[in-house]
Write a protein that binds this ligand. Sequence first.
Ligand SMILES: [Zn+2]
Length: 293
Amino acid sequence: MPELPEVETVRRGLAPAMEGRIIARLTQKRPDLRFPLPERFAARLSGRRISHLSRRAKYILAHLEPGGGAGAEVLIMHLGMSGRFTIHGADGARAPGLFHHGMPGGETHDHIVFDMEDGTRIVYADHRRFGFMDLVPEAGLEDCRHLAGLGPEPLGNEFSAATLAVRFKGRRTPVKTALLDQRNVAGLGNIYVCEALWRSGISPKRSAATVAGPARTERLAASIRDVLTEAIAAGGSTLRDYAHTDGELGYFQHSFAVYDREGEACSKPGCGGTVRRIVQSARSTFYCPSCQR
Ligand SMILES: [Zn+2]
């Protein structure tokens, strides 16, 4: 499942093909993805210019200029488990920026097609259909049903040790679970929570309340920012590396320090511990009992 850094990488890959461009025609090949697509979805998007793309948590937001009788609106796109975009250049060749999971399926799973005015074709495919798209007014975007209640963006100015401290204070839930709670911090998933806890030397089993002090929240907030920033940078370099090959680009080419490394030696210098896997809130947690306390 793509997490925040992968979604940000997709946003950056889409930006050159979408920002400032007009959607000449949108084609929807089915009435729904995870949820029903909005009423008159294709008609409402065709002819609209995308001013820019942004991201909130794991949502890619395409900001649409007013047009077709509608005011400024935002196309909200969520990749779910298996959503991927392919960009085909105006000459029909695949342009750099195909995002995929290496799944078979061909065109059967091509659900939404954006034909841009400059001839570029952007195809959204999603074989498991956990992704979705929605169209909401720009005014009140933060209060729409998808974004309402989301906590601060972990790479944004509102996120800090202090915001973690407020949210963790008095909470008996494990810190791992608290970090996955999107109301506390937006966009973190299982992989990067494991990585951030390992990097900050904090046990995933600790109650959130015992992490609420300044020393641990400082370490944790810094680790969260660092693991996300490094993964986004790796995604960006992957975009560049693949720019001159066949345009295929996978999500999961990063290697993780602790995630999915059960039984391996902890890579922290001087630790000597072994990575363990436990289950918390029905999700696998990978951590090192020696250096995460
Ligand atoms: Zn260790």
